[in-house]
Design a protein around this ligand. Structure first.
Ligand SMILES: [Zn+2]
Length: 241
């Protein structure tokens, strides 16, 4: 369990570093080694992700399109296929509207970051549990030592050991749950913090699609049958574009 937490933390840190270090090259639609739209576009009909397909792979009309992954898996989704420039267009329109309301959105995001995603109460509780765990470990050790040095009633000793072990396990579980909750909140706080910084520096009328801004600001795009798309941003704001 311990190792897992560390893996989650370092993956998140890695992501943040990637965000901060990523070169903002126009026309380079890759992000952390994958296409910037990979895993970000969803079908409004069935909820599946959009995947990329290559059309005309072997001739001069070669192009990449995005469509519902379940399109040919028995379901008939009416959500349209989209090209990179069409998705970029949707994002640019939504970002421009986000930017129009940035002051209010930033105020709300700052409030979220500093209240709901604040981990200080959880951290204080986890410190308490850690101390209780240390006590429980001591009590277990003492009981084992007593049994080795003094002739105790073995039934009573067994009963005591069972109770102490149960208490220890309960604290251990609580400690793990708290650690997971702290990591989760911390990740949300970091994400919201990146969102706020990115939105502050977003140009009012951007002329080029910025893949880094896209990955920091946007949670997902949902595409509907009438070419209507809804962009959900990382603060929860949804904009139809
Ligand atoms: Zn679908």
């Amino acid at each position: 369990m311990e190792g897992n937490h560390e893996a989650i933390v370092s993956a998140e840190t890695f992501d943040l570093v990637q965000e901060q270090m990523a070169a903002r090259k126009p026309g380079n639609n890759r992000y952390s080694g994958v296409h910037v739209f990979s895993g970000m576009v969803y079908c409004g009909d069935c909820g599946s992700r959009y995947g990329s397909k290559v059309w005309h792979a072997n001739d001069k009309y070669r192009k990449i399109i995005w469509q519902c992954n379940r399109k040919y898996a028995g379901t008939i989704c009416r959500s349209p296929h989209l090209t990179d420039p069409q998705i970029e267009d949707i994002v640019m329109r939504a970002m421009s509207r986000l930017s129009d309301e940035r002051d209010a959105i930033i105020r709300t995001a700052v409030m979220l970051r500093d209240t709901i995603y604040d981990t200080s109460a959880l951290c204080a509780e986890q410190e308490c549990v850690e101390r209780e765990l240390a006590d429980a470990t001591d009590q277990l050790t003492q009981a084992v030592l007593r049994n080795a040095n003094v002739a105790l009633d073995q039934a009573e000793h067994q009963q005591e050991m069972t109770a102490l072990s149960a208490r220890y396990q309960e604290l251990q579980d609580r400690n793990t749950a708290l650690k997971v909750a702290i990591i989760d909140k911390d990740n949300r706080r970091k994400r919201t913090d990146s969102f706020i910084r990115e939105l502050r520096s977003l140009p009012q009328h951007a002329e080029k699609f910025d893949p880094v801004a896209f990955r920091i600001l946007v949670e997902r795009i949902t595409v509907y049958d009438d070419k209507r798309a809804v962009v959900r941003f990382n603060d929860g704001t949804e904009i139809e574009a």
